[in-house]
Structure formats: structure tokens, C-alpha cells
Design a protein around this ligand. Structure first.
Ligand code: OOG
Ligand code: NI
Length: 267
């Protein structure tokens, strides 16, 4: 039986072919890939909020560590770390604060959640349920994206891993994150350059980069349209003055990493 992290990976690579390609080009260089973290998105509706989606991870031995606020994007997030297994990927779960959004957006979120039957679902099942509501409308998607790229993404892709993240400290042939980025670009991948190719710094104890989300054809009510799906991220962590590896996230960097799925960036 595959565990939930393996199932999330399988579901993710189905709509993120670049992730499988990237793994294989690193493996061809003799690397063994380990993930630093996995990210999940949701709405703050009590039926599906961060608290609720974190339950299966808490049961697996994870505990809540950091909390983050993204004012402009109207998001809140928390990260979870495994209590004893230091190699277990961290889990970063964010939620859109619906009460700060337009009535239109709130109505869409409420109605898709109400129509999805999530109340009767096991959370393990919900986490892997993707777009659990009925076929999305391209018109609604476009209107959501105008207000919140995050809401548009959530409406189409729903519950799944939004990205996995290569733990670059564990690579043997790449000294710096610049080296990783160069290797990706040499292999034809497009980086998210919002806020610079590398977000964060050694002084902040965390450097991150990501490719732009892949694009996939989605069967909307109005027909097929290509939209950005999921991306792969790369993180390098540093030790603080006591010699402890930094295990948190940096809100100002995360703010830009979110944009890897923006429709405007992938044009
Ligand atoms: C999460 C973006 C933030 C990080 O590592 O800072 C993030 C998302 O795109 O859902 O993953
Ligand atoms: Ni991330």
C-alpha cells in the first residue's frame, strides 16, 4: 500500500510532466532526490481548511510549526514537521481567507464546497480528490483569476499537492542554488523570475527557486483550454548561528513562489 505522500506524488506528476523529467535528469547525474516539502492549497471554509487538511499528517506524527500571513494575496499558511523522522518532507498548507474576498468569489467557493460532498469524505480521501466539484466553467475561472490567481487555481485543481520541492542540500553535484537553476535552464526549463530567480538569501537561512507551472488542457464546461497546473520547487537551507538547520519558511519569498502558477507569468 502506498502512503499518502506517494499517492500525492503520483497524482502530481500526472499533471506536472516536468517534475518527472526533472527527477530523471538529476538521477542521470547520479543524484538521489529527496523532498524538502510538499505544498497544498485550500479555502478557509471549516469543512476544508488548513486545520482539517492537516489531520492525516498529524496522525502520521507531524506537528504544526510555523504560521504565515500573506496580506495582499489574502492567504494564511502553516507548516508541519514530522516529530521524529528528520527526513520526512515538511508539509506547507495555505488557505484563502474567503471573508476578505469579493461576494462573487465567496459564492463560488461556498457553492463548489457545498456541491462536493466533502462532509462525508475521509480527509485522506479529500486530500487526493482534486477538483471534487463538477466540471469547472472557463468563464468563472477567468473571473476568479482576475481577482485571485490562487482562487482560480483552486477552483480548477482542488485538493492535491500543488508542488514538491527538491531538497538541494542533499544533492552531491550541485554546490549552489544558482548551479541547480543553471542546470534546469540548460535543460530547457523556465524559471519563475518574480522577485528574482532566487528568493531569499543565505542570511535569511533559506534560498528558493521554482520552475513555472506546466500547462495542461482542462475540460471546461465551455470546451478545452490550457491552464497552468503545478510546478517543481528547489530549496537550499542554511544553519543558524547555533548550528541548527533552518526548518521554517520566509513569507516574503513564499509570496513570490505562489506566483509560479500565475496565468500572467506563464503567457
Ligand atoms: C505555496 C507557495 C509557498 C514556499 O515554499 O515558500 C511555498 C503555493 O504555491 O501553494 O511553497
Ligand atoms: Ni514551497
Amino acid at each position: 500500500m502506498k502512503n499518502i505522500l506517494e499517492k500525492l506524488w503520483d497524482q502530481y506528476v500526472e499533471i506536472t510532466p516536468s517534475a518527472a523529467k526533472i527527477q530523471s535528469i538529476f538521477e542521470d547525474k547520479g543524484e538521489k532526490i529527496e523532498n524538502d516539502h510538499i505544498a497544498i492549497r485550500t479555502f478557509n471554509n471549516p469543512l476544508v481548511n488548513v486545520e482539517r487538511l492537516s489531520e492525516p499528517f498529524i496522525r502520521m506524527g507531524y506537528e504544526k510549526k510555523g504560521e504565515y500571513i500573506f496580506e495582499a494575496k489574502k492567504l494564511k499558511a502553516a507548516h508541519f514537521q514530522h516529530r521524529s523522522d528528520k527526513d520526512a518532507p515538511k508539509i506547507f498548507i495555505s488557505e484563502l481567507r474567503l471573508e476578505l474576498c469579493s461576494e462573487f468569489l465567496q459564492d463560488v467557493a461556498d457553492s463548489v464546497i457545498a456541491a462536493s460532498g466533502v462532509e462525508d469524505m475521509e480527509i485522506d480521501q479529500l486530500l487526493l480528490s482534486g477538483c471534487v466539484w463538477s466540471k469547472p466553467s472557463y468563464k468563472i475561472y477567468q473571473r476568479l483569476v482576475e481577482e485571485s490567481e490562487y482562487a482560480g487555481w483552486m477552483y480548477v485543481f482542488g485538493f492535491r499537492a500543488n508542488h514538491f520541492t527538491i531538497h538541494c542540500n542533499k544533492l552531491n553535484n550541485f554546490e549552489t542554488l544558482e548551479d541547480v537553476n543553471q542546470f534546469l535552464k540548460d535543460n530547457g526549463f523556465k524559471m519563475n523570475t518574480s522577485g528574482g530567480e532566487i528568493k531569499g538569501s543565505k542570511e535569511q537561512l533559506l534560498e528558493q527557486s521554482s520552475i513555472l507551472a506546466d500547462k495542461v488542457k482542462i475540460d471546461f464546461q465551455e470546451g478545452e483550454y490550457e491552464v497552468p497546473s503545478c510546478y517543481y520547487e528547489f530549496a537550499k537551507r542554511y544553519e543558524d548561528s547555533t548550528g541548527a538547520l533552518f526548518e521554517g519558511f520566509i513569507a516574503s519569498s513564499a509570496d513570490k513562489i505562489f506566483e509560479s502558477t500565475d496565468t500572467v507569468l506563464s503567457k
